[in-house]
Design a protein around this ligand. Structure first.
Ligand code: PMP
Length: 399
C-alpha cells in the first residue's frame, strides 16, 4: 500500500500544526477544501430566506436550497419531496417517532437491535412510555452480528415498527437490512433505517430497499454539522400530520384553524439551515466526483492492516466481524479510557467507552471498547504508529 493517501491533500486540516492522527471519522469526518469553499461562497455571495419573497435574490436562494434537496434525494434514489431536512440523524429519528405517534395501539411492539446508537433507541423508548408499547430486541450472535434466529422469533410476534441501524457505529457490524426490511414488509411493519454510518460507505437505494424511513447526517459525509435528512416514503408522509407548527409549513391560517402544505414542507416549519443544506449537497457532489469504490478499497486495506497489527498485541481482540472502516477492539486488563488518554498524549485521536450504545457494550460483557474509525485521508503509516503507541500504552498500564 502506498504511504500517502491519494485524498489527504484535499483536506486542509492535515496541514495544520499539531493536527492529530485522526481515527474518529465515525464520530465526524474532516471536510475537503471544495466543501469549505462552497460553504464560504454561500455567505460571500449573500443569501435570502427561502420559499418566501419574490425578489430575484430570494428566488435564487430558494432554487439553490431546493436543488440541494434534489442532490440529497438523488444520492439515495429518493424523490425530492421525500427528503425532510433535519439537524442530523438524531433529530430525524426523533421526528419520525413523533410523526408515527398515532399509528400505535397500547401493547404494540417496536423491534430494535441491541446494537442501536442511543439516537435510534431512546426516542422509541420514550414513545413506548407515552403509548404503552413494548420494545423487543434482536440480539447478537457469537460473531457480533445480528442473530437472525432471534429476528425470526420477533417476526412471529408481529412488531408494528422495526428500527435498525445499517452499520453499527460502535462495532462496525454491517446488518442485513435488505432481508430485515423484506421480512418486515410481509407483516406490514413500518421500517426505519439509521444510515448515519452507512451513508458514507455503502450505496443506498431507498426504492430497492423499500424502507419507509431512512435517517442520516451531513457531518459524517464530509459535510457541515447541524444538517441531516429524514427520508420518508411519500405515500406514508402524505398520511401523516405535522408535529411542529409555525411559518412556511402552512397553506392558509385563519383565526381558529390552519391548512398545511404538502410534504416535505409541512414537516419543516421556520427558516431551515439553508447554508447547511447547500454544504451537505456540496459534500455529496464531492464524494460523487471521487472514485468511491477506490476510497472504500483504501479504507478496507487500512482496516485489515489495523486488525492484523492491533490483534498481534497481547490482550487486544477484534470485535468487528468484517473489514469495514469501523474497527473495534476489546482490551483485557486495562480501562479503554486510560488507553485513549495515553494515545492522545501521542497525538492519536480515537474513541474509547460505550460509543452511545450502552446496551450493546453491556451485552458484549464489556465496560467499553476501543474504536478505530478510518477515513480516506488515513494512511498505513498512521496505522503502524497507532499499533506501536497502543503496545507501549498497554505496557505502561500493566506496570
Ligand atoms: N446513529 C448512528 C449509527 C450514529 O453513528 C450516530 C452518530 N454517532 C447517530 C445515530 C447520531 O447522529 P447525529 O449525532 O449526527 O445526530
Amino acid at each position: 500500500m502506498p504511504d500517502s493517501s491519494p485524498w489527504r491533500d484535499q483536506f486542509p486540516c492535515f496541514s495544520e500544526d499539531d493536527f492529530p492522527i485522526y481515527f474518529d471519522s465515525a464520530a465526524t469526518s474532516q471536510k475537503p477544501l471544495s466543501v469549505i469553499q462552497a460553504m464560504d461562497q454561500v455567505w460571500r455571495s449573500g443569501l435570502a430566506n427561502v420559499h418566501r419573497a419574490s425578489y430575484r435574490l430570494a428566488s435564487k436562494s430558494t432554487e439553490q436550497f431546493e436543488s440541494a434537496r434534489a442532490t440529497v434525494a438523488q444520492f439515495i434514489k429518493a424523490k425530492p419531496e421525500e427528503i425532510i431536512f433535519s439537524k442530523g440523524t438524531t433529530e430525524a429519528i426523533n421526528l419520525a417517532a413523533q410523526l408515527l405517534e398515532n399509528q400505535f395501539q397500547p401493547g404494540d411492539l417496536i423491534a430494535l437491535s441491541v446494537m442501536e446508537h442511543h439516537a435510534n433507541l431512546v426516542p422509541w423508548q420514550q414513545l413506548a412510555k407515552r403509548k404503552q408499547l413494548k420494545l423487543c430486541w434482536i440480539e447478537l450472535n457469537k460473531n457480533n452480528q445480528l442473530d437472525m434466529q432471534c429476528w425470526q422469533q420477533i417476526l412471529e410476534q408481529r412488531p408494528k415498527l422495526v428500527a435498525i441501524s445499517h452499520i453499527s457505529n460502535a462495532i462496525g457490524s454491517i446488518n442485513p437490512i435488505e432481508k430485515i426490511i423484506s421480512d418486515a414488509k410481509k407483516i406490514n411493519a413500518i421500517t426505519l433505517i439509521d444510515a448515519a454510518q452507512s451513508i458514507t460507505h455503502l450505496p443506498i437505494d431507498v426504492k430497492k430497499l423499500d424502507c419507509d424511513f431512512l435517517a442520516f447526517s451531513g457531518h459524517k459525509l464530509f459535510g457541515p454539522t447541524g444538517i441531516g435528512a429524514l427520508y420518508g416514503r411519500y405515500q406514508l408522509l402524505e398520511q401523516l400530520p405535522p408535529v411542529q407548527f409555525g411559518g412556511e409549513m402552512i397553506r392558509q391560517v385563519c383565526r381558529d384553524y390552519s391548512e398545511f402544505q404538502n410534504p416535505p414542507f409541512r414537516f419543516e416549519p421556520g427558516t431551515p439551515n439553508i447554508a447547511g443544506a447547500l454544504g451537505m449537497a456540496s459534500a455529496i457532489n464531492w464524494l460523487k466526483s471521487q472514485n468511491q469504490p477506490a476510497i472504500e478499497h483504501w479504507q478496507q486495506q487500512l482496516a485489515e492492516l489495523c486488525r492484523e497489527k492491533l490483534t498481534a498485541i497481547d490482550g487486544v481482540s477484534a470485535l468487528t466481524p468484517n473489514t469495514g472502516s469501523i474497527q473495534a477492539f476489546a482490551i483485557t486488563g486495562v480501562h479503554t479510557a486510560d488507553i485513549a488518554m495515553i494515545l492522545d498524549e501521542q497525538n492519536i485521536a480515537l474513541r474509547s467507552g460505550h460509543h452511545c450504545a450502552m446496551p450493546l457494550i453491556e451485552s458484549l460483557g464489556l465496560a467499553g471498547c476501543l474504536r478505530v474509525s478510518i477515513g480516506p485521508y488515513n494512511t498505513a503509516n498512521e496505522i503502524n504508529a497507532l499499533a506501536e503507541a497502543l503496545e507501549q500504552a498497554m505496557e505502561l498500564l500493566a506496570e
